[in-house]
Ligand binder design. Sequence first.
Ligand code: ATP
Length: 227
Amino acid sequence: MALPLRVTGLDVRSPRGRTILSVEDLQLPAGALLGVRGPSGAGKSTLLYAIAGLWPQAAGAVHWGDTDVMGLGEARRTAFRAANIGMIFQDFLLFEELSAQDNAALTSLFRPRDRRRQVGERARTRLAALSLPETARPVASFSGGERQRVAVARALAHDPAILLADEPTASLHREAADRLIHDLTALAKDSGTTLIAVSHDVALLSRMDRVLTVQDGRIARGESGVA
Ligand SMILES: Nc1ncnc2c1ncn2[C@@H]1O[C@H](COP(=O)(O)OP(=O)(O)OP(=O)(O)O)[C@@H](O)[C@H]1O
């Protein structure tokens, strides 16, 4: 089930207490695709981490549907994330010695025992949909484009309502990037997943329903509010 986002009064600080991101009000309908752009150091990755409830020094409210992830205790926040959020990290964070299938099915470890098989099967389906049927080889032998697709399959294997992607095409050459953009947006649309992607890639941003700019730790004027 897709989830809408509403962020209000978000204040994210560095460990030393410096505010690095402030968001007064940001809303996104369930199933929408949002692109986030902006200069280096502006606070784009921080925004992704904060709305995933992964930033310890943050205040304000981040509602995904009826749940304010900021208001949850650590254990319930972790459980919410495991159930609802898929993340594609800038540097993939794959386990080199594991196969594509084992990497893609990694989130099954955080599922109840009776749901693990389901995540494993979904990982296999996602890999096939991303044209990666060869799942037994360690990902250490994969190309950059193949690795990025394994990261996408992993992020989607537990059918998350929310997909957060940090520069998903940054390390790819043009052809691989275009293919990933196509696959990522098609999979998100097909499953009604709310997708938020930080990117400098104009081709990716042009496929989003809406694009906002983060600058100096703020959403650029005129771009906050209802999507
Ligand atoms: N753990 C941290 N401790 C202190 N400052 C941090 C920390 N993480 C990020 N920052 C600072 O917060 C600001 C925003 O960082 P962030 O990584 O969100 O930028 P970004 O827009 O994603 O940049 P890039 O495009 O280069 O990835 C930067 O000034 C950065 O130095």
